[in-house]
Ligand binder design. Structure first.
Ligand SMILES: N[C@@H](CCC(=O)N[C@@H](CS)C(=O)NCC(=O)O)C(=O)O
Length: 219
């Protein structure tokens, strides 16, 4: 039974799942969420009424949330590169960094972007200022952590890097990472050079005009 991934190439959380799939060369069927395929969107909305993507379907099982999808792939469709170490203490560090990137990089980044999409006059400048502050704090903390690491949780590429790749990619477009955070910049460059993420970035290139703040001419 072929795995199905309901996703859009420009979505950061979809890229997070795609990186794990590409790392292991896992075969799946794209279920493209786009206005050209309303029937696929209707299927997706029926599967997951919260309508957040990506969603994965494996036979009769629906798997939601990018982190869970990646853990599910490791358990039920393992490849040569586990995204979560089998050893539970090592897995804890991976999960901790995964939570950091979801909650303190992606969430404030999305907050800033979604504010721009609100009707004129209905933005929330205080929330945007707080989100920018959170990103600055997150970048500073991450710079210290990455001073001694190649990948987010150490020497191996894991679940935490799957999310870090798209989240730092878009976060830098949204709220520039200060040049003094050299370890974060170097890590972001390593992620961009990783073939799995480079592929996801290339597949998303045709959609750059979708970026509400205007995509910079780089990366
Ligand atoms: N907690 C979810 C977040 C997924 C998410 O926010 N996806 C965005 C696309 S990157 C989305 O569904 N946006 C549609 C919307 O907000 O209506 C996960 O980890 O997968």
């Amino acid at each position: 039974m072929t795995l199905k991934l309901y996703a859009h190439p420009f979505s950061s959380y979809c890229q997070k799942a795609l990186v794990a799939l590409y790392e292991n060369g896992t075969t799946f069927q794209w279920m493209m969420l786009s206005p050209e395929h309303p029937e696929i969107y209707a299927e997706f909305a029926e599967l997951w009424p919260l309508k957040r993507f990506p969603v994965m379907v494996d036979g009769s099982r629906t798997v939601t949330e990018a982190s869970t999808i990646i853990e599910y792939l490791d358990l039920y469709h393992p490849g040569r590169a586990p995204m979560l170490p089998a050893e539970r203490k090592a897995a804890l560090e991976v999960r901790s960094m995964d939570r950091f990137f979801d909650n303190y990089v992606s969430t404030p980044q999305q907050r800033i972007v979604y504010d721009v999409l609100r009707p004129a006059g209905q933005g929330d400048p205080i929330a945007v200022t707080e989100a920018r502050g959170m990103l600055d704090t997150a970048y500073a903390w991450l710079d210290r952590v990455m001073a001694g690491r190649e990948w987010a949780a150490g020497e191996h590429f894991t679940l935490a890097d799957c999310g870090a790749a798209p989240f730092l990619f878009y976060a830098d477009w949204t709220h520039a990472i200060d040049p003094s955070f050299t370890h974060v910049h170097a890590y972001r460059r390593r992620l961009l050079a990783r073939p799995s993420f480079a592929r996801a970035v290339d597949e998303a290139r045709p959609y750059r005009s979708f970026f509400p703040l205007g995509a910079p001419d780089r990366d």
